[in-house]
Design a protein. Structure first.
Lengths: 209, 315
């Protein structure tokens, strides 16, 4: 018998939906802009620029919703960094994904009301949401208004560094998205977690006594 | 001791400053005579009819900026090398205005000293251009290349921004000036913003790319293409520049001297380049790394999925 926990409140699901759609559009238009020789989706360059700008602004504004939600609701508790034993917890979870899972071992950190994410999930989300996203938003705004960019940072071109970080971090986010989608399919059934982001409920195994 | 040191410094300073002064092009006496009037907004002359000294305003089109003149490629020339010596007297003979002036080819055609500039090929290319087709011989080089101030910025400057700005100012001197445009073409000046309506980030493009990038046919053997195309044939395909084999590499960025002068090597030149062109600044090393990371991710996922499937089947 599984237990249903209401993990994802409505504001979080709205934020997640907009973010997911926005990031996918940004990745495709970003690839179109960076590798115009690939002819991604037969999209025109000007069209890709407009879409990238519009969805970049949309995702940035939406990011504010995530930050405000995590300031003013109890959702923030899931993102608290606990440095003590952090590396060991992440290692244990990684070991589970790479070996324990195939041996039928129990989840080392089963999900509960107090623990929405396993350690690997939690810290990858923290890195993506509180490090990568701000860098992408700041560099993105700078590239929208290149006159704001400092011309030279020591001997480096300001615009090159800005574009380099924007494209480089954007690439890492796209790698994160692929892994995120795959890991989400590791549930009781492959569609379980995807269902949860629509209805807000997550099925967890009750603790064994 | 310290007085002696100061004295040595003073001598060094004088030596350096005398060297730099000697190195600069100086105005010749003959040019000073012309520029006495033509470098100022007003000029003074003795009116023999009235027997008085008169002060008149100089026609703004005939005012010469003596500093820019001296730093231009023809800075060491005397005015009379190109203009009639009869200009020495005032009032100038009205017919002098009709004197045929030398064109670039008159002096530089077959000129071995400046063979590198390929003046004869430029002439040939220019004769195919829309400027020549519309205005014929009357469209002289000086319409774009002001012989009084011209600098070979594309060859001398290490800054792409400077090259772009200098070059576009030449085009805009007519294409953003009603009076000059109508004098040359006899037609109404099209509004640049409107005709470039299709171009995203217009202002940024105008600042960072030369007009000739899209409005000329790029020729490999040339520094600057002179075959200005009719507007219908101008490039309006973003991919032309925003791609790995960007046209800009064959034009604006082909100046090897820009990289050589930057003295920062290939990587240094890449990261210190003032311009970043989406799609064109593809670094093969970073591209390879990103493909490897992408490949490893997909491979790891595929492997994980296979093990999961095997485990599911076993249980």
């Amino acid at each position: 018998m599984t237990e249903r926990i209401y993990f994802y409140p409505i504001w979080l699901r709205i934020w997640h939906g907009i973010n997911a759609l926005g990031i996918i559009v940004l990745i495709f238009t970003g690839i179109r802009l960076q590798y115009s020789d690939l002819d991604v989706l037969g999209m025109g360059f000007g069209q890709a620029v407009s879409l990238h700008n519009i969805f970049g602004i949309l995702v940035s504004v939406n990011y504010l919703l995530f930050v405000l939600g995590n300031i003013f609701t109890s959702n923030k508790k899931y993102y608290r960094i606990k440095p003590k034993g952090l590396i060991n917890r992440v290692k244990r979870q990684a070991r589970f994904y790479t070996s324990g899972l195939f041996k039928g071992e129990e989840q080392p950190f089963p999900l509960s009301e107090k623990r929405k994410f396993n350690p690997l999930q939690k810290y990858s989300y923290i890195i993506v949401m509180y490090l990568f996203m701000p860098i992408l938003i700041i560099t993105g705004i700078a590239l929208l208004f290149p006159e704001l960019i400092v011309e030279k940072i020591y001997s480096f071109s300001g615009i090159f560094l800005t574009a380099f970080f924007h494209a480089g971090i954007g690439f890492l986010v796209s790698i994160f998205l692929i892994v995120h989608l795959y890991v989400a399919s590791i549930g009781k059934s492959p569609l379980d977690n995807f269902r949860s982001i629509f209805n807000g409920y997550h099925d967890v195994e009750p603790k064994k006594k | 001791m310290s007085q002696r040191k100061n004295y040595i410094w003073l001598v060094c300073l004088l030596l350096v400053s005398s060297y730099s002064v000697a190195d600069e092009v100086q105005l010749s006496e003959a040019n000073k005579h012309c520029l006495e009037c033509h470098a100022n907004q007003t000029f003074k002359f003795y009116n023999e009819w009235m027997e008085t000294t008169s002060i008149r305003m100089m026609n703004p089109f005939y005012i010469i900026d003596s500093i820019s003149y001296l730093s231009g490629v023809h800075g060491s020339f005397n005015c009379f090398d190109c203009h009639s010596p009869d200009y020495e007297t005032y009032p100038h003979n009205a017919e002098l205005k009709l004197e045929p002036l030398n064109t670039c080819i008159d002096c530089h055609g077959g000129d071995e000293t400046y063979a590198d500039f390929k003046f004869d090929m430029i002439e040939e290319e220019f004769s195919k251009s829309i400027h020549y087709k519309i205005s014929g011989e009357s469209f002289t080089c000086s319409k774009c290349h002001n012989p009084h101030y011209y600098k070979t910025t594309a060859r001398m400057s290490a800054s792409i921004n400077e090259i772009v700005s200098y070059n576009n100012t030449m085009c805009l001197s007519c294409h953003n000036n009603d009076l000059k445009y109508q004098t040359v073409s006899g037609t109404q000046l099209p509004q640049l913003g409107v005709v470039h309506d299709w171009l995203p980030n217009q202002e940024l493009h105008f600042q960072k790319v030369r007009c000739i990038e899209c409005h000329t046919q790029v020729v490999d053997s040339f520094m600057v293409s002179h075959n200005i195309l009719p507007k219908e044939e101008a490039l309006n395909d973003c991919n032309g520049c925003h791609s790995a084999n960007s046209l800009l590499k064959a034009s604006l960025y082909k100046y090897q001297n820009i990289q050589a002068r930057s003295e920062e090597g290939k990587l240094g030149a890449l990261i210190s380049n003032e311009a970043y062109i989406i799609g064109a600044n593809q670094n093969p090393f970073l591209k390879l790394i990103s493909w490897i990371i992408f490949g490893i991710t997909l491979f790891a996922i595929a492997l994980h999925w296979i093990f999961r499937t095997i485990k599911r089947k076993k249980s």
